[in-house]
Design a protein around this ligand. Structure first.
Ligand SMILES: [Fe+2]
Length: 355
C-alpha cells in the first residue's frame, strides 16, 4: 500500500483503504478501481491523497517519475502574485507586531522573484507540489513563521530575504528521495531513515547548483533538522555551530508539522504542540528562540473557530498577553458571551475547528 496524491493517480489503480469525506462518511469503498471520472471528482470532494494497492513500490523520486508535460503544467499553477499575497496575508494574520507593509511587500517580492528566476528551483518547487500538497503548503507556512520571528529579531532586509527564501525551500530535497519513503505510513527501516535524513543535504546541493542563490538560504535546507545539543541531523552540529536561521526554521518547521495531520498520526492540538516546544527550550533549541516564537507568533488568529474543554465553541475576536489565551466570543443560542481566556484558568482551547 502507498499514499499517493490524487493528481498522480492512474486509471486502474486500486484503493487500499476506503476514501472518507471530512465528516467521516465513506465515499469510495476499499478495492474500488480508479477511473478518470473518479480521479476528476476527488479534488472537488476535498480529497488530496488516497492509499492504493502497490506490491512493487517504486523506489523512485517524484523527479524521476513525472513527465515534462506534468511538470510544466505544475509550474504554471505556481502564480507569482498569489504566492506573494498568501505569504503577506499569513505574516499579517499571525504577527503580534506592527509591520511596515511596504518593506514586507518588497522583501516577499524579492523572495518570490528569486524562486521564479531560477528554473531548477522553480521546477523543484513545482515537484514538491506534485509530490505532496502538504509539503508545499508546509513550506509556505514555515516561510511565514520564519519571517515573523526574523522581523521581531530586527533582521535587516537582506537577512529577511535570505531567511525567507531558505524557509520556503527548506524541504526541497524531498523531491529527490523515493516517494514510497515519503508517503510511507508505517515505521521506517534504518536504510529508509537514512534516505529521509539525506533530504537536508540534497536540498543544500540543489540550491547551490541553481547558482546565485545566497549560500545562507542553502544552509537553511542543510541545518533545519540540527538541534542545540547535537541530537539533530545530518551533521549533529551543536550550539553556535548552528546558524540562527537553522534554529528559526527548525522551530517553525516543528510547530507547523506537529499541528498538521500526518498519515501515521493525528494532528497535535496547538496547546500540546506549545508544551512540546516549550519543553524543547535549552535542549533542542535555544530558549530565547522559543520565547521569541511564543511572544511574536499569533497561534489563534482572529476569526479562528475554536472548541473549549467545556465543549463550547467560539470565535477568536482578540489576542491576550498569553498566546494560548485569546479573547473569544461564544455563541449560546440567541446570546453570546465574550470570554477573555486569561481570566478563566480552568478553560482552555481544546482544538481548532477546521471546517
Ligand atoms: Fe525537513
Amino acid at each position: 500500500m502507498r499514499r499517493v496524491a490524487v493528481n498522480l493517480l492512474k486509471e486502474g489503480d486500486i484503493l487500499a483503504n476506503p476514501v472518507k469525506s471530512p465528516s467521516g462518511s465513506i465515499l469510495l469503498a476499499k478495492g474500488t478501481r480508479i477511473t478518470q471520472n473518479i480521479k476528476n471528482k476527488l479534488p472537488q470532494l476535498g480529497i488530496a491523497f488516497v492509499y492504493i494497492e502497490d506490491s512493487t513500490l517504486p523506489y523512485l523520486s517524484i523527479h524521476e517519475i513525472i513527465s515534462e508535460d506534468n511538470l510544466s503544467e505544475a509550474i504554471k499553477t505556481i502564480k507569482k502574485r498569489s504566492l506573494i499575497s498568501i505569504i503577506i496575508d499569513g505574516v499579517q494574520r499571525h504577527t503580534r507586531e506592527n509591520l511596515d507593509l511596504d518593506r514586507l511587500n518588497s522583501i516577499v517580492n524579492n523572495i518570490i522573484d528569486e524562486l521564479m528566476d531560477h528554473k531548477l528551483i522553480l521546477s523543484s518547487f513545482a515537484e514538491l507540489k506534485l509530490l505532496d500538497n502538504y509539503t508545499y503548503q508546509h513550506s509556505i507556512n514555515v516561510c511565514i513563521y520564519s519571517l515573523i520571528i526574523g522581523h521581531s529579531l530586527k533582521f535587516t532586509r537582506t537577512q529577511l530575504f535570505q531567511l525567507g527564501l531558505g524557509a520556503l525551500l527548506h524541504d526541497i530535497g524531498k523531491t529527490k528521495i523515493p516517494i514510497s519513503i515519503i508517503n510511507k505510513p508505517g515505521i521506517l527501516s534504518v536504510d529508509e531513515y537514512e534516505k529521509v535524513i539525506a533530504h537536508t543535504i540534497l536540498g543544500f546541493e540543489l540550491i547551490k547548483k541553481a547558482g546565485k542563490i545566497p549560500l545562507l538560504s542553502a544552509h537553511v535546507a542543510l541545518q533545519h533538522h540540527e538541534r542545540l545539543m547535537g541530537s539533530g541531523y545530518p551533521r549533529k552540529l551543536k550550539g553556535d555551530a548552528i546558524h540562527p536561521f537553522g534554529y528559526i526554521v527548525g522551530i517553525a518547521d516543528m510547530f507547523d508539522a506537529l499541528t498538521a495531520e500526518k498519515p501515521y498520526r493525528p494532528r497535535f492540538s496547538i496547546k500540546d504542540t506549545i508544551e512540546i516546544l516549550e519543553s524543547s527550550g535549552g535542549n533542542l533549541f535555544p530558549q530565547e528562540y522559543i520565547e521569541k516564537f511564543l511572544q511574536t507568533v499569533i497561534l489563534y488568529p482572529l476569526g479562528y473557530k475554536v472548541k473549549l474543554n467545556n465543549g463550547e465553541v467560539g470565535v477568536v475576536i482578540g489576542q491576550g498577553k498569553n498566546p494560548l489565551t485569546p479573547i473569544i466570543k461564544v455563541i449560546k443560542g440567541e446570546f453570546y458571551q465574550i470570554l477573555d481566556l486569561e481570566e478563566y484558568p480552568q478553560l482552555f482551547i481544546e482544538e481548532v475547528v477546521y471546517e
